[in-house]
Design a protein around this ligand. Structure first.
Ligand code: A3P
Length: 304
């Protein structure tokens, strides 16, 4: 669908009405995704597909911009050819009256760039069978919780988050779309040694973008010069992406994403959770975190 048509999208939602949710194998998903689950599960990946996988709000859009810049040898104009959601097919996304992520991927020329938020056990099996390269980005759970809360407020494809206190509990219980953050980050962490998966951290990208971008370049089999690398670091910085309509989701109809409620490019920092967590919430969070992360070598920097 052309962008201009999309501006006049009619989801038939009343003001403040949301698309519903349902469970797929114990994981909450927007209902339209559940309705076409067989099609998603049977998606046929190709060996040269590059998949970006994240738990929501881990920095997906940031890594997408970096990957596109690398693939286009640091050419900014080429990366401004279309908004993020048209440059990358979001495999499990289905919005009524729009082509599904699977449809978009099937219409893309190779090598395709794809995106998913699915936990590893729900990933269409062909990605691992075909040996596709996958970049996974993880972000600390406290900042994800804050970012996801704001995102659900502004996004009609996801349920209304309710109050901050209610959302805090839902998140800890994994009763949010794409399920438990703990299971997600741990599941992909375990898979990284068996499959071609580059596992990155948002906090590392903030601390040393050059180093992380070099890792991604190497993983993608690209060798760009210092000049191109500098352009990529600049073009994918938070302040520049926030102003770029092809990267900040402002081309999405207001009926789906309402940036006046909360901008998609909100703060882009590490440690914003301190502005939201009460002392009691933080203590409760730390206790549960310790329990749930006791069986893994994976650890996170949370600025605490
Ligand atoms: P905040 O809500 O904490 O600001 P996703 O793309 O997975 O939905 O993640 C969105 C989060 O990544 C938002 O976090 C957004 O601001 C942040 N983000 C997007 N681009 C960024 C960039 N270039 N640098 C740092 N953070 C970025």
């Amino acid at each position: 669908m052309a962008l201009t048509q999309m501006k006049h999208l009619n989801l038939n939602l009343k003001k403040n009405e949301r698309i519903g949710v349902d469970y797929i194998k114990g994981i909450l998903q927007p209902t339209p995704t559940c309705d076409i689950w067989d099609e998603i599960w049977n998606f046929q990946a190709k060996p040269d597909d590059l998949l970006i996988s994240t738990y929501p709000k881990a920095g997906t859009t940031w890594i997408q911009e970096i990957v596109d810049m690398i693939q286009n040898d640091g050419n900014i104009e080429k990366c401004k050819r279309a908004p993020t959601h048209l440059r990358f097919a979001f495999i499990e996304l289905k919005i009524p009256s729009l082509p599904s992520g699977v449809d978009k991927a099937n219409a893309m020329p190779s090598p395709r760039k794809l995106k998913t938020h699915l936990p590893i056990q729900l990933l269409p099996p062909s990605f691992l069978e075909k040996g596709c390269k996958i970049i996974y980005v993880a972000r600390n759970a406290k900042d994800i919780l804050v970012s996801y809360y704001h995102f659900q407020k502004m996004n009609a494809v996801l349920p209304d988050p309710g109050t901050w206190e209610e959302y805090f509990e839902d998140f800890l219980d994994g009763k949010v779309c794409w399920g438990s953050w703990y299971d997600h980050v741990k599941g992909w962490w375990e898979a990284k040694d068996k499959y071609p998966i580059l596992y990155l951290f948002y906090e590392d990208m903030k601390e040393n973008p050059k180093h992380e971008i070099q890792k991604i370049m190497e993983f993608m089999g690209k060798n760009l010069d210092e000049d191109a690398l500098d352009k990529i670091i600049y073009h994918t910085s938070f302040d520049i992406m926030k102003k770029n309509p092809m990267a900040n989701y402002t081309t999405i109809p207001g009926e789906i994403m309402d940036h006046s409620v909360s901008p998609f490019m909100r703060k882009g920092t590490v440690g914003d959770w301190k502005n939201y967590f009460t002392v009691a919430q933080n203590e409760r969070f730390n206790e549960i975190y310790k329990e749930k992360m006791a069986d893994t070598t994976l650890s996170f920097f949370m600025d605490d």
